[in-house]
Ligand binder design. Structure first.
Ligand code: ADP
Ligand code: GLC
Length: 488
């Protein structure tokens, strides 16, 4: 099969969160199953830097695509990024829209022309595919690619090349929907009849994610539990109704992780390698982590708790705020790597100032440090309010770092609660929204940590779990095949 992926992030070219990790791995896993896979990405400033750092010279695949808007046109050059791990990459160059400091916005807010940026992106993917290879199916991700199925089924309705091509849409996070004023309908040359309650309209605004959900042939999300949760008012962010209407076409496929990049046996970013048979390298990683966070004075017997996270409401920092004084009263160290909303960044700075001997925080986006936290911590905290899949808890398992999680979405599906009677489970879970339940889960972890043999066994159980892409990639391929079959 020929599959075209459309997403706004992909490692190593551009990343703000887990979507980029998925795009760096799923297309390659699908290609390994013998399929022809192509991926289109915007050429951001950070992508340009990555490309310049590598051996790729500028190879033009299409000199100029004309992308029409209401009163003007923009022009996109398609660059051939070559084949990596079996996946053909193309970069869409439109410097006026993508050559910017960040992907979606700055501290001052989201870029005001994001509708135009991602509207152009979707149309440029369709136009490029017409020239460079019409796929059997499109697989599009999140709101940034949400207009692709909308355009395909409206603007391209009569296009002999495109009219039969089905679309799978994956929701990685229903909390981010791409909301814009209704003026973007004429600006992007979309027909006005798409602006109704059962299509793109959402409380008088245009909702890109909703458009994708309505017009895609099949919808997936990134864990089984989240697929159920988003059909409820609590987790659907106003889209639960439309998702319930499409529940027959909504599937939960758990993300995999890329063990080529996240494996303590081979990870080049950590101080020492270790495996389930030879765990001693983890002590060196711990020392190196504490050094990186200026906590050199730490005792070896004290547990190190780690967090790596976007600083956002989703990630449950309010739970941390509620229990931080109880936590700081214990014999622990806490290291936090986070970046995002200023409110949570300030909160994190404030706790490091309050407890400088025990808590260290880095407000930065740093890949190497993220790996060091996974490897050097004993316990990983992830009390997310909601979590579509979550990758860090899965990385933690592989690194022998025991996760403490709130039982929601992918956290519910990937972590088994430790049962002292049977020794089953891979971490500590809490349910509901009472911060004291989070605190109890941490206490259970801290208590078990003092029992070295039981703790070691718990680490080994987690390290043995396998979340590789083999199974989810095969599940997606089955879904592509079923979708193409039912469409023809
Ligand atoms: P989300 O996509 O909701 O942010 P995930 O758990 O799926 O959550 O993925 C987060 C990814 O982003 C992981 O690869 C994690 O290591 C990375 N990450 C998050 N914050 C940072 C940071 N401050 N520095 C480096 N990497 C980070
Ligand atoms: C989103 C979600 C996260 C998920 C990631 C990759 O960013 O917040 O839970 O792991 O996408 O699917």
């Amino acid at each position: 099969m020929r599959i075209v992926f459309a997403a706004s992030e992909c490692v190593p070219y551009a990343k703000t969160g887990g979507l980029a990790d998925i795009m760096g791995a799923l297309p390659a896993a699908v290609a390994r199953l013998g399929h022809e896979v192509t991926m289109y990405l915007p050429l951001y400033r950070q992508t340009q830097k990555r490309l310049q750092g590598g051996p790729t010279s500028r190879r033009v695949a299409i000199q100029s695509l004309t992308i029409p808007f209401e009163n003007y046109s923009r022009f996109v050059t398609v660059l051939d990024g070559g084949k990596h791990e079996g996946v053909q990459h193309y970069f869409l160059e439109c410097p006026e829209l993508f050559d910017r400091e960040s992907l979606y916005g700055t501290d001052a807010g989201e870029y005001s022309d994001n509708a135009e940026r991602y509207g152009l992106y979707c149309r440029a993917v369709i136009e490029s595919a017409k020239q460079l290879g019409v796929p059997d199916i499109f697989h599009v991700h999140d709101w940034q690619a949400g207009l692709l199925p909308v355009m395909l089924r409206t603007i391209y309705y009569y296009d002999p090349l495109m009219k039969h091509v089905p679309v799978v849409m994956t929701i990685h996070n229903a909390g981010y929907q791409g909301l814009f004023p209704s003026s973007v309908i004429p600006q992007l040359l979309l027909p006005w009849d798409t602006f109704t309650m059962d299509k793109l309209e959402f409380y008088n605004q245009v909702n890109f994610l909703k458009g994708g959900i309505v017009y895609a042939d099949v919808i997936t999300t990134v864990s089984r539990t989240y697929a159920e949760e988003i059909q409820t008012p609590e987790f659907g962010f106003g889209l639960d109704d439309i998702l319930r209407k499409r529940s027959a076409d909504l599937h939960g496929i758990l993300d995999g992780v890329d063990y080529n990049h996240w494996n303590p046996a081979t990870d080049p970013k950590i101080a020492a390698h270790y495996t389930p048979d030879r765990l001693d390298g983890k002590a060196a990683c711990r020392k190196d982590l504490l050094h990186a966070f200026n906590l050199d004075h730490c005792k070896a017997s004290t547990p190190v708790l780690g967090m790596v996270s976007r600083a956002a409401t989703q990630k449950g920092f309010d739970f941390v705020a509620e229990i931080i004084d109880q936590l700081a009263a214990e014999d622990i160290y806490l290291v936090v790597l986070a970046m995002g909303e200023p409110y949570y960044e300030n909160f994190l700075r404030s706790i490091a100032e309050r407890y400088p001997q025990k808590i260290a925080v880095k407000i930065v986006y740093d890949e190497t440090l993220a790996h060091k936290v996974e490897a050097g911590s004993d316990i990983f905290l992830m009390p997310s309010r909601y979590e579509p899949c979550g990758l860090n808890q899965i990385y933690s398992l592989k690194y022998g770092t025991v996760p403490v999680v709130r039982a929601t979405g992918g956290l519910e599906d990937t972590i088994g609660d430790y049962n002292p009677a049977t020794g089953s489970g891979t971490g500590f879970k809490f349910y509901g929204t009472n911060p004291q339940d989070f605190w109890l889960a941490i206490q259970r972890a801290l208590t078990l940590f003092t029992d070295k043999a039981a703790w070691r066994q718990l680490m080994l159980t987690g390290m043995a779990r396998n979340f590789s892409w083999d199974k989810p990639a095969a599940d997606y391929v089955r879904l592509y095949e079923d979708t193409v079959r039912s469409k023809s």
